[in-house]
Ligand binder design. Structure first.
Ligand SMILES: Nc1ncnc2c1ncn2[C@@H]1O[C@H](COP(=O)(O)OP(=O)(O)OP(=O)(O)O)[C@@H](O)[C@H]1O
Length: 296
């Protein structure tokens, strides 16, 4: 089997005396989109910066495109796409001019005009970066990240500031690049819907550890053991968590001798799994389950 594009084993990082990565294992295969999810301070940026070669790890075995990122040279770096936010430090450049300039640094760049069209920026091609809206700048950031035809693309919160149409087009573009060109993508996002929509696999990082990793469906299924049934009884809202909601609904139906007022069954979702894991990381899992178990 081919070596994965990203392979990290027991990756550790310590800032001073604080260990912020505590043995992260992560793989990304060619053509695969992996989302790294986690609360603020979980270690996502640190992980990504180490994989990009911008930060040296404290320990662990890490290979990116077959190379230790701590030792990757320019030829290796040219195979990575990194969506940076600092292109706005070039406010006087025109969008097309900047894209064409960055394209000229690569051997096999994409056509800047085609890319502007794909990103919905054709009309803004002659505008200076300073005059683009927030969402347009973000789209230009993404265009700059993929103009060099990278084999591995790092996307940090890519669709922040996109309108719904631009977000959908961007998701379709990433899917196409992964499927048709075999580009691997490592995405960090706080948007669970985006992770669910885009990622083949999701790794949930909490407190510097990967607490769960799997397809969006398999992660949602781990929380499915606790679906929630809600109903109204004696005028008051009631709720119960159960692994067998249809049995509980059946029992309620019998107890009420007919239709159960306000009966609702809520299947667990990726969000439940995520919040459960995050809460466990903070040692307050019980609190969150009780809160969400309370009938609204
Ligand atoms: N240069 C640094 N020196 C010391 N501590 C740092 C440094 N950079 C990050 N940290 C700490 O490391 C931990 C992980 O930070 P990191 O930025 O990787 O988290 P994150 O998951 O990307 O968070 P966010 O979602 O807020 O961007 C945090 O507690 C942060 O305060």
């Amino acid at each position: 089997m081919d070596e994965p594009v990203v392979r990290a084993r027991d990756l550790r990082m310590t800032y001073g005396r604080t260990e912020v990565l505590r043995g992260v294992d992560l793989d990304v295969a060619a053509g695969e989109v992996v989302a790294l999810l986690g609360p603020n301070g979980a270690g996502k940026t640190t992980t990504v910066e180490i994989l990009e070669g911008f930060r040296l790890r404290s320990s662990g075995d890490v290979r990116v495109l077959g190379t230790d990122p701590g030792r990757g040279g320019n030829a290796w770096r040219a195979r990575l796409g990194v969506v940076l936010q600092n292109w706005r430090d070039h406010p006087r450049w025109r969008a097309r001019e900047l894209l064409a300039h960055v394209a000229s640094l690569y051997e096999r760049p994409r056509d800047p005009d085609e890319l502007l069209a794909v990103m919905g920026l054709t009309e803004q091609a002659g505008q200076t970066v300073s005059r683009l809206s927030g969402g347009q700048r973000r789209r230009l950031d993404v265009a700059l990240g993929i103009v060099g035809r990278p084999e591995l693309l790092f996307l940090d919160e890519p669709t922040t500031g996109f309108d719904p149409q631009a977000r959908r087009e961007f998701h379709e573009l990433v899917e196409r690049l992964a499927r048709d060109e075999g580009m691997a993508v490592l995405l960090t996002t706080h948007d669970l819907a985006e992770a669910e929509r885009l990622a083949d696999r999701i790794a949930i990082l909490v407190g510097g550890e990967v607490r769960a990793c799997g397809t969006p469906a398999s992660l949602a299924a781990t929380a499915r053991a606790s679906s929630e049934v809600r109903w109204i009884e004696d005028g008051a809202p009631r709720g119960e968590r159960t692994s067998d909601p249809s049995r509980l609904a059946f029992e309620l139906h019998r107890r009420f001798g007919g239709p159960v007022p306000g009966l609702e069954v809520r299947r667990a979702s990726l969000e439940d799994t995520y919040l459960g894991l995050v809460a466990t990381g903070r040692g307050d899992r019980r609190e969150v389950i009780e809160e969400s178990g309370r009938a609204a």
